[in-house]
Design a protein around this ligand. Structure first.
Ligand code: 6PG
Length: 250
């Protein structure tokens, strides 16, 4: 049975802090159980707020970040020093302030002239680190996701053929938003995570949050973020009041 979303609504300024607390809890639990914390990051302004919160003085020292290994749920096909790169964002807001070493970070090669090859190479690295054989799907401890106003998450956009791809863990795809070429985890990889955390804030997300969490039509049920339903893991949505405004119960 896919997980039922656990929805947590916080006052507008507190959603990122609540999500950051939760990240630390999941990280501590993973380290207790397995001695390391495998986490995947996303891009966008909402994830950026979460990274800035995690690396702020009130959070930074509360976790031994040397135990974390970072992956990405998606990347824009640009060089790693391009301001649009998800790696560049994470490096500036999380890795540099927390003194994360390069050996702890697995970035997708957005600069590659062959995105399909870059996707296969990233899948190889993911399998190697998680010790997952080709017939199984790698399971991360935590995947952080943002939500687009069209219902996309990671770089899984509405109607994309890769939404049905159960064979690849990482795929090259196109985005209607700039930059147009992307690398992304597929649903096959995302839905294997132990914990999936969505963070969505602000009035502009209220309509799509309602569509994903309380779909009224089949089209809404098929939106990429609505297809994020971990088979065995937990699915947690952190919302602020503005983003939760159209939900039926608050
Ligand atoms: C990206 C993403 C994407 C993002 C959402 C939310 O690389 O663009 O990973 O899925 O997280 O679009 O972005 P905002 O918080 O900027 O709306």
């Amino acid at each position: 049975m896919p997980a039922v979303p656990d929805i947590r609504i916080h006052s507008d300024s507190q959603a990122a802090a609540a999500a950051a607390e939760f990240v630390l809890e999941v990280g501590q639990e993973a380290v207790r159980a397995k001695g390391r914390f495998l986490i995947a990051l996303s891009g966008g302004t909402t994830p950026e707020n979460l990274y800035r919160t995690l690396s702020s003085p009130s959070f930074a020292d509360r976790f031994d970040w040397s135990q974390a290994i970072f992956f990405f749920s998606d990347e824009r096909c640009v060089p790693p020093n391009d301001p649009r790169s998800n790696y560049a964002l994470a490096d500036k807001t999380l890795f540099a302030p927390l003194n994360i070493t390069p050996s702890q970070v697995y970035r997708m090669a957005g600069e590659s002239s062959d995105p399909q090859a870059a996707a296969s190479e990233y899948e190889r690295q993911l399998r190697l680190v998680t010790k997952t054989v080709p017939s199984a799907q790698p399971a991360l401890d935590l995947i952080l996701l943002g939500l687009g106003e069209d219902g996309h998450t990671a770089s899984l956009f509405p109607g994309a053929s890769i939404l049905r791809d159960q064979r690849h863990m990482i795929a090259a795809t196109q985005s209607p938003k700039d930059p147009p070429n992307r690398l992304t985890m597929t649903l096959a990889a995302i839905n294997r995570a132990s914990v999936i955390l969505f963070l969505a804030t602000g009035t502009s997300k209220a309509g799509i949050v309602r569509a994903i969490l309380h779909p009224k039509t089949e089209a809404e049920r098929q939106l990429p973020a609505a297809l994020v339903r971990p088979e065995e893991g937990r699915l947690i949505w952190f919302l602020d009041r503005a983003a939760a405004a159209d939900l039926p119960i608050q």
